[in-house]
Ligand binder design. Structure first.
Ligand SMILES: Cc1ncc(COP(=O)(O)O)c(C=O)c1O
Length: 468
């Protein structure tokens, strides 16, 4: 094996020439203290003698002697042709978790509703777009950029959102964020700064969204939903000035906001100056129904449209966007600037390239086919095993709802599944105070391989019908 090239490494040590101690002693002492205190972790590499000598402007011999002393004391390993390394110390293993502590068993199946398939993330194609982004980025795009986001991405998104979602999205109405949760937290801060105390939500709706608005100073108010989506009549009597809705695919019930209710919701916004916050978290993932255009296209001055790559590409990318009424663009961008300054410019250019090449559209097509197949397998496995239990919300998204008879049945199903190493969510986890709709569990199929669906349902059957 050929010796490794020594690496160049920075190290925070200093020598003081006015100090009485010889330079070698000073260096030894500092390195010893750094290892003892853990500042230099076991297994970490130190600079080569040449690099450290240059950095400290001392002769190489000073460093060679200091390293030799510490090696003799057992702190360092000196390796021919490679950087010295802090010696690994023996550690006792942490005690294994006792099965009697009630710890959650290892997760065998993650069937939570938000989980997309991550193994099909188009790594090579994304890499090509990131490479491209790095090659074409102007120097200025590597500095602080416009907090609204880079123009090329806002232009590509505006084109995509118009043609695929019916969103009236001029590039100067688009703000790039770190995902829909981020957008909503910024927006809630803007509304709170204008004096709002509350914000409306469909009841039930995702608990994470409730949590971020609470942190931004607003109290979530639940508005009931039924098969036609949000009860706009109840919104009218609720007194909230803004409401978060998912008209294309209500989370978690799967209801689609009916044409009548869409019109009524827009009327509400026009009549009382209300703000509709449209959360399009998974509208692109539809399987056997015609696409439903975004509400934003009907009332662009009354709707903030939230979009994200979280379900379509991967939640870890943390890229999302808002399309805003004109008067909210600057306040939202200002809030974003005041918190994270802006979202990574390289990531933005990569997504712009990915969209421009048509890769986003192609990826969506592939994923729709994959998810539809999985959805079919899941629904037929459920119907075979539990024919008496209604399954709903199956036309789109990444999960289905199995309706259960009571909150007790729901809680016990979630607990029993957990004990079997299966993560599922209950509707009540997403409910706000006053909820009195159906009970049941959400079964996600985004994060489970096709081959595992039947096995997972074999296990889950017992959890959903414990008295069998
Ligand atoms: C209904 C709904 N809206 C919004 C989000 C937020 O998505 P992100 O912040 O990843 O863009 C999620 C995430 O699970 C969700 O389920």
């Amino acid at each position: 094996v050929s010796p490794r090239e020594p690496h160049v490494r920075d190290l925070l040590v200093r020598v003081d020439r006015s100090h009485g101690h010889a330079l070698t002693r000073q260096l030894e002492e500092q390195l010893r203290n750094a290892v003892r205190s853990g500042l230099l972790a076991p297994g970490s590499d130190l600079p080569s003698t040449r690099t450290l000598a240059e950095d400290l402007s001392v002769s190489r011999g000073v460093v060679v002697r200091a390293y030799a002393q510490l090696a003799a004391e057992g702190y360092l390993d000196l390796r021919r042709g490679a950087n010295p390394r802090v010696r690994l110390v023996e550690r006792s293993e942490a005690p294994p978790v006792s099965p009697s502590t009630g710890e959650v068993p290892k997760l065998r199946y993650d069937l939570r509703a938000h989980q997309p398939e991550l193994s099909t993330f188009p790594r090579q194609l994304w890499l090509r777009s990131v490479r491209h982004a790095l090659l074409i980025a102007a120097d200025a795009e590597l500095g602080y950029i416009d907090p609204r986001g880079l123009q090329p991405l806002r232009v590509e998104l505006s084109d995509y959102l118009r043609r695929a979602r019916g969103v009236m999205a001029e590039p100067d109405r688009v703000v790039i964020t770190a995902g829909s949760t981020h957008t909503l937290s910024l927006l809630a801060r803007v509304l709170a700064a204008r004096g709002a105390k509350t914000i409306g939500f469909e009841n039930p709706s995702h608990w994470m969204l409730h949590a971020v608005t609470r942190r931004s100073g607003l109290t979530p108010v639940g508005i009931p939903v039924d098969r036609q989506g949000l009860r706009v009549d109840q919104l009218r009597s609720s007194n909230v000035g803004a409401v978060v809705v998912s008209p294309a695919h209500q989370f978690p019930t799967g209801a689609v906001l009916s044409a009548e209710r869409r019109a009524a919701l827009v009327d509400w916004a026009r009549d009382c100056g209300g703000l509709i916050i449209e959360d399009e978290y998974d509208a692109e993932l539809r399987y056997d129904r015609a696409p439903i255009g975004a509400l934003q296209g009907l009332a662009r001055e009354h709707v903030v449209y939230l979009g994200s790559t979280g379900k379509t590409l991967s939640p870890g990318i943390r890229l999302g966007w808002a399309v805003l009424p004109a008067e909210l663009v600057t306040p939202l961008a200002h809030e974003l600037w005041g918190t994270i300054v802006h979202v990574s410019g390289i990531d933005q250019l990569a997504l712009a390239d990915f969209l421009r090449r048509g890769e986003f559209d192609r990826h969506l097509r592939r994923m729709r086919t994959l998810y539809r197949r999985r959805r079919d397998a899941l629904v037929s496995a459920l119907v075979d095993r539990l024919p008496e239990m209604p399954v709903s919300g199956i036309a789109a998204g990444l999960h289905v709802v199995v309706v259960l008879s009571s909150i007790e049945a729901e809680k016990s199903a979630v607990e029993r599944a957990r004990a079997l190493g299966i993560a599922i969510e209950g509707i009540s986890q997403h409910a706000l105070p006053g909820y009195n709709g159906p009970q049941g569990v959400l079964i996600g199929y985004g994060g489970i391989g096709d081959a595992s669906i039947t096995a997972a349902m074999d296990d889950l059957e017992g959890a959903l019908r414990p008295n069998r």
